[in-house]
Design a protein around this ligand. Structure first.
Ligand code: BES
Ligand code: ZN
Ligand code: ZN
Length: 504
């Protein structure tokens, strides 16, 4: 989708549809909505007095303009109550709008900058939310629709024009729209990867995608093959790769705005391209969902793509351990003891708790590379869904200040996180009888999500660290605002905002 900002007004702009808005309770529309109302002989005011148009949030009213303005159709979107209106509302209404306008005759849509008028919000951020919403709301995964592809699969708008009469606002709107498109497209890349079946996205193929993203964005790229991982002592990562005939890869994508300086931030993502559970094999029902067990890695790749495009003055390294978790003949067996890169020994009591095993060596590598902060993101535990559902994702940390910075970044992106405690008492749960630690908690003592975090914490040393468990939000059952059905792409934009916030 092309998104551009044009100076002009909704009555004269050439488009298949123009979009204006109305706050709840407004009876005499002003601004662009008022100008359009006048041009179409009071049609909007009449709908308001009839009670058909009330400006409620989510309301979308179509009006045929009968040749009175250039565009044949106008839409009035309800903004809801002015007091409740914010950038999240804009992002969601923009997404809902592009979804509603998925009609064969609507290709070019011109909209006013919702929120920047009587909403009183910052034009830059309004345009960013509009662009993000439009790009993420128009997302569909149709790559594998072949002969039975429906006409509908091809339908969707291809040009969105933000129209603004005030010349003084154009630069801010343009900058915001460009940022929003970058953030939205990065999220859609992550969604595409997470939605792709495992036979079309092996560790090798995912590494190749990351290499392409790195090349296009001017990032440094490195792959540790299994032999390299062996030399580095990554026995924990290799304990998972050995069950599969597909070679595992540990990838690194580096963005360096300040050459010669260290990394301000490492983003580390779990990249299990399919999780069968290994020898501790999962039940058959819904096992297909485990093609998305590389969502953490996909989120890192999306975030690095956006960071490369936005060019903040900060150094960021993205790391992802990529492997299948399979029960092959050489697979790790429950009870095996392996040694991670930092020398810690791990008793693998359940091979289905593999995410923490691959992340252990990945965060060790981030530390070896000298990262000042580490954030890892993973579809780590089913338990996080029990705790938080699909409303927010779990955040665990060893550093309050760093966590607060991420929470701010998530809020900026319209995503919700919730902290789970990291009391030292939980460390008891991963004590092993025969090794330094074990990879699952003791008996029936619960706290599965925290146990996963406690395990990873042993490998981050003293580095400020955040662990995000996104297993509850990685996949959504229906479209809702900017969230599209299937892979949600959550965590991508917050990670980018976090990187931007660390820039000096
Ligand atoms: N990939 C799963 C976690 C998961 C479950 C993600 C459901 C998305 C949806 C992870 O590797 C796993 O199997 N975790 C186990 C850990 C347990 C063995 C300690 C779990 O959550 O059951
Ligand atoms: Zn697993
Ligand atoms: Zn897993």
């Amino acid at each position: 989708m092309e998104i551009r900002v044009e100076q002009g007004d909704v009555t004269t702009i050439s488009a298949d549809a123009v979009v204006v808005n109305l706050f709840e309770g407004v009876t005499a529309p002003g601004g662009a909505t008022g100008a359009l109302d006048t041009a179409i002989a009071g049609a909007i005011s009449r709908l308001i007095s009839l009670g058909d148009l009330r400006g409620k949030g989510g309301e979308l009213t179509s009006i045929y303009t009968d040749g009175k303005v250039v565009s044949p159709r106008a839409f009035v979107v309800g903004l809801g109550k002015n007091a409740d209106f914010d950038y999240d509302s804009i992002r969601n209404l923009s997404a809902n709008l592009v979804r509603s306008l998925r009609k064969p005759g609507i290709k070019t849509v011109a909209t006013i900058a919702h929120g920047a008028g009587i909403g009183g919000l910052d034009p830059h951020l309004c345009a960013r939310a509009i662009a993000e919403g439009a790009v993420m709301g128009s997302y569909r995964f149709t790559k594998f629709k072949g002969a039975e592809k429906k006409d509908d699969d091809e339908t969707g708008i291809d040009t969105l024009i933000i129209v603004e009469s005030d010349a003084g606002r154009l630069d801010a709107l343009r900058a915001g729209a460009a940022e929003g498109a970058i953030l939205g497209e990065a999220t859609n890349l992550t969604r595409d990867l997470a939605n792709t079946p495992a036979n079309h996205l092996t560790p090798t193929m995912l590494a190749n995608v990351a290499a392409d993203v790195a090349k296009a964005g001017g990032l440094e790229f490195e792959v540790l093959e299994e032999a390299d991982a062996e030399r580095k002592g990554m026995g924990s990562f290799l304990s998972v790769t050995r069950g599969s005939i597909e070679p595992g890869k540990m990838i690194r994508m580096s963005y360096k705005a300040k050459p010669g300086e260290g990394y301000d931030l490492a983003l580390v993502g779990k990249g299990i391209t399919f999780d069968t559970g290994g020898i501790s094999i999962k039940p058959a029902a819904n096992m297909d969902a485990m093609k998305a067990d590389m969502t953490g890695a996909a989120s890192i790749i999306g975030a690095m793509k956006a960071i490369a495009a936005l060019k903040p003055n900060v150094n960021v390294v993205g790391i992802a351990p990529l492997t299948e978790n399979m029960p092959g003949g050489r697979a790790t067996k429950p009870g095996d003891v392996v040694t991670a890169m930092n020398g810690k020994t791990i008793e693998v009591l359940n091979t289905d708790a593999e995410g923490r095993l691959v992340l252990a060596d990945a965060v060790c590598w981030a530390n070896e590379l000298g990262a000042k902060r580490i954030l890892d993101v993973a579809t780590l535990t089913g338990a996080v869904t029990t705790a938080l559902g699909d409303v927010c994702y779990g955040l665990m940390t060893n550093n309050d200040e760093f966590a607060t910075a991420f929470e701010g970044a998530a809020t900026t992106a319209g995503e919700k996180t919730w902290r789970l405690p990291m009391f030292k008492e939980y460390d008891e749960l991963i004590k092993s009888d025969i090794a330094d630690i074990k990879n699952i908690g003791t008996g029936n003592r619960g706290a599965g999500t925290i146990v996963g975090a406690k395990f990873i914490e042993r490998f981050v040393a003293d580095t400020p660290w955040i662990h995000l468990d996104i297993a509850g939000v990685d996949n959504m059952s229906s479209d809702k605002g900017w969230v599209s059905k299937g892979a949600s792409g959550m965590s991508v934009r917050p990670m980018v905002h976090l990187a931007l916030s660390l820039a000096d």
